[in-house]
Design a protein around this ligand. Structure first.
Ligand code: URA
Length: 212
């Protein structure tokens, strides 16, 4: 079974409280969401492999470390996932960005795909699928299924990164993708009858883009 980690660093908890507040402006929400995404990216990349490289400092030749292994890609689930891309890119600027668009049918709560565009070598990269809210898990499962089945990305080369998760979503995602690591900033109580996470932070897409 892959890793499930709640990254509960004090800075993350503090910043999450700021954006949970319904009075946070869209500007603040976007900025702080990206700051949390950066902190998550720091933790998620902790086990990246390193290799030795010989360099010359102003003083002497020296063998030092650099990131080795697979190239990386960030795949935001549209549209709320877009709010995490800049935060990730600030730490891994060489990553490519793919996009996948899913919307939730308000009646069935099922995920429906409407857009997908990935780097051509996505199957050779480590892919961070990002979406702030892991609610029912339907969007994440649909996005990961698309990447695995249509674009040949192996489960062990994918990591799901979210901000706030409901236990229902975590369980569903782990059942469907046992080899995908999951990192979130908080594990909340439950989903309400409308599929919103409680206490949550409301509709992340609306709050990022000011559409409500
Ligand atoms: N999507 C959101 O944006 N918020 C929730 O609480 C659940 C799904």
């Amino acid at each position: 079974m892959a890793k499930f980690q709640v990254v509960d660093h004090p800075l993350i908890q503090h910043k999450l409280t700021i954006i949970r507040d319904k009075n946070a402006s869209s500007k603040v929400f976007k900025e702080v969401l990206n700051e949390i995404a950066t902190l998550l990216a720091y933790e998620v990349t902790r086990s990246l492999p390193l290799e030795d490289v010989e360099i010359e400092t102003p003083i002497t030749k020296s063998v030092q470390k650099r990131i080795a292994g697979k190239k990386q890609a960030i795949v935001p689930i549209l549209r709320a996932g877009l709010g995490m891309v800049d935060g990730f890119m600030s730490l891994i600027p060489a990553a490519r960005v793919g996009h996948i668009g899913m919307y939730r049918d308000p009646e069935t709560l099922e995920a429906v795909e409407y857009f997908a565009k990935f780097p051509v070598d996505i199957d050779e990269r480590h892919v961070y699928v990002v979406d702030p809210m892991l609610a029912t898990g339907a969007s994440a499962i649909a996005a990961l299924s698309q990447l695995e089945n249509k674009y040949n990305v192996k489960q062990e080369n994918m990591t799901f990164v979210g901000l706030v998760a409901a236990p229902e979503g975590v369980n569903a995602l782990r059942d469907a993708f046992p080899d995908v690591d999951i990192y979130v900033a908080a594990l909340d109580d439950h989903l309400n009858d409308h599929g919103y996470i409680v206490p949550g932070l409301g509709d992340a897409g609306d709050r990022i883009f000011g559409t409500k």
